[in-house]
Write a protein that binds this ligand. Structure first.
Ligand SMILES: C[S@@+](CC[C@H](N)C(=O)[O-])C[C@H]1O[C@@H](n2cnc3c(N)ncnc32)[C@H](O)[C@@H]1O
Length: 224
């Protein structure tokens, strides 16, 4: 079955569940803390990035070795901990709007011994991003999908030349490939906005972007 399939096939996905499970089985075991955060996400429906997508973040961190990372959308800190582990010298700033999740992320950074390197800003990224000063060598956009285009304006300003902007969920269960009018009403607006975002990314004169069909779709953009 394709990941994300539900409603008798009306919602599809971009990867095969069996292949994803196989890959996850091959992956090295994460730390006990990261495994616990994966379990909490399963139990409570917290939208942590998929482990196969976290592996892409780790790869990008290992290759690029950013000294500074900005994350938009911390949830309970799962992806920030992955990035901090893979870029051992990086300082990370992460923004989370939900106070309960922000509190859990803070506690998890503390437990991981990373609170000295990870700064959590609690609040709406759209209000906080204009107050930040860059440059950041890597920026990970993983918050409200309908606001990606607005996040990108600030992310582009804050990104260092030669830096990378990574965006998750850009293929949104494969639904972005369908005409929004043919979709269930509840997905139409998100799909319209993501399609606009994908066009913006691909046509942006200052970015060079590649799409990876991993997890829910990841865009990797390099700032020229
Ligand atoms: C997909 S989750 C982030 C998952 C996290 N990056 C991880 O993989 O561990 C998206 C998070 O963005 C937060 N969020 C949504 N809109 C936001 C905004 N405008 N500013 C900051 N955070 C926001 C949500 O509360 C949610 O926890």
């Amino acid at each position: 079955m394709i990941d994300g399939m539900e409603d008798e096939g009306r919602v599809t996905g971009i990867t095969d569940q069996q292949v994803t499970a196989y890959l996850e089985g091959l992956m090295p075991r994460r730390s006990p803390l990261l495994m616990r955060l994966e379990e909490e996400a399963r139990q409570e429906g917290i939208p942590n990035i998929a482990p196969v997508s976290a592996a892409v973040l780790r790869l990008l961190c290992a290759l690029h070795q950013p000294a500074s990372i900005l994350e938009i959308g911390a949830a309970i800190g799962y992806s920030a901990i992955h990035m901090a582990e893979a870029a051992a010298d990086a300082r990370i700033t992460t923004i989370e709007i939900d106070p309960a999740r922000a509190a859990r992320a803070r506690a998890n950074f503390e437990e991981a011994g990373l609170s000295g390197r990870i700064t959590l800003i609690e609040g709406d990224a759209l209000q906080h991003l204009p107050l930040l000063e860059g440059p950041f060598e890597m920026i990970f956009i993983d918050a409200a999908k309908g606001k990606y285009s607005q996040f990108l304006t600030e992310a582009y300003r804050l990104c260092a030349a030669g830096g990378i902007i990574v965006t998750d969920n850009v293929l949104f269960r494969g639904l972005v490939a369908r005409s929004p009018e043919t979709l269930d009403r509840r997905y139409r607006s998100t799909v319209r906005r993501l399609r606009e975002y994908n066009e913006l990314l691909m046509q942006h004169p200052g970015l060079s972007t590649t799409y990876l069909t991993v997890g829910d779709g990841i865009a990797v953009s390099i700032k020229r």
